[in-house]
Design a protein around this ligand. Structure first.
Ligand code: Q46
Ligand code: ZN
Ligand code: ZN
Length: 326
């Protein structure tokens, strides 16, 4: 295999592009794809400071790395979800990444705002863990951006993530979600930060290769709740399609963005107001996050201490099952 650009030995073959690249030319390809995403969708300018939401995984750290390297002003945001050892290890990766590059890292603890770590929040809702987690993450990202004065939040969603989300929405014909699926979500209210996905043109394989070639130390383990999540099943189905027909994922996502999405866009923007409890933006009186936090609070008040519990007050739900706050 030879590099398409220089004819030297290739480090990576990209079947969907019918091309192979050596290390420097792959890194150039990666940066160009990110630059194209930023430019095409006017994601941000060099005058803005971008808050990069990092999980400690390859995608978000690759994103932060490429933005720093391209000279953008950035700050990291790590949301500590309180998910056992996974959260401790992923936080440590983000902290050492930020320290090595002398970047600001804002850390927000979910247990502080919601009243309990994610595994306990799930018990209060009795809905899939990822739905309470996703809601909390979106809320806290926006809250942190507002409080720290950052106009835009960038996430590490890649082409595989976006294609899997699209596949899930199409399977259930979730037309609202289809209308919202886009690499940029504009700020439609002074209290809403813009949300952007500069890696949407790059596959998971490509972000992994970038992280490896740049020597980024990321957490390889997935969140324990990712196992069995429907999004994983959707990714596997798309990977099988991709194997027999390279470029299928790309065509599925890009075809939707170019040709189908306008049909799902709302003619009228939704009316937004401020939550009566927390002041963040919502469509009702009380936002979904405050309702969730209230549910967690009520559960912790009614949860009677079990035999063997060392605590004799009603805050069992606010603690890690192992007795250690993460
Ligand atoms: S962190 Fe949260 Fe994910 Fe874990 S609980 Fe689900 S949504 S899988 S990206
Ligand atoms: Zn080359
Ligand atoms: Zn609220």
């Amino acid at each position: 295999m030879k590099c398409r650009k220089c004819g030297g030995g290739a480090a990576l073959e990209l079947r969907r592009h019918n091309a192979a690249f050596c290390k420097p030319h792959f890194l150039e390809f990666f940066r160009n794809q990110v630059a194209e995403a930023i430019h095409r969708h006017r994601m941000f300018t060099r005058d803005e400071t971008i808050m990069v939401a990092v999980s400690g995984g390859k995608d978000s750290l690759a994103l932060w790395d490429v933005l720093i390297e391209q000279g953008y002003r950035t700050a990291g945001l790590y949301l500590d979800l309180g998910i056992f050892e996974y959260s401790q290890e992923s936080k440590a990766k983000c902290e050492s990444f930020a320290a090595a590059r002398e970047q600001t890292l804002v850390i927000e603890r979910v247990s502080q705002t919601v009243g309990a770590p994610i595994p306990e929040v799930q018990k209060a809702t009795r809905r899939p863990t990822c739905s309470a987690c996703g809601l909390s993450k979106r809320y806290l990202m926006n809250k942190a951006a507002l409080e720290h004065g950052y106009p835009v939040v960038a996430t590490g969603h890649n082409l595989d993530d976006e294609a899997a989300t699209l596949f899930g929405s199409v399977l259930h014909w979730q037309t609202e979600a289809l209308g919202r699926q886009f690499p940029v979500l504009a700020s439609t209210h002074p209290k809403l930060a813009r949300r952007v996905k500069p890696l949407y043109r790059l596959s998971e394989l490509e972000t992994a290769a970038y992280a490896f070639l740049r020597g980024i130390d990321y957490i390889v383990e997935e969140c324990p709740f990712a196992r069995g999540a429907t999004s994983i099943a959707h990714k596997e189905a798309l990977n099988r399609l991709e194997e027999s027909s390279p470029g299928a994922k790309h065509n599925f996502l890009f075809g939707f963005l170019d040709k189908a999405r306008p049909a799902f866009e709302r003619a009228e923007p939704v009316e937004l107001r401020e939550c009566a409890a927390c002041g963040q933006v919502t469509t009702g009186d009380i936002c979904a996050f405050c309702k969730l936090a209230d549910l967690v609070k009520r559960r912790s008040e009614t949860t009677a201490p079990r035999p063997g519990d060392t605590m004799n007050h009603g805050s069992v739900a606010a603690h890690h099952p192992s007795g250690r706050e993460s």
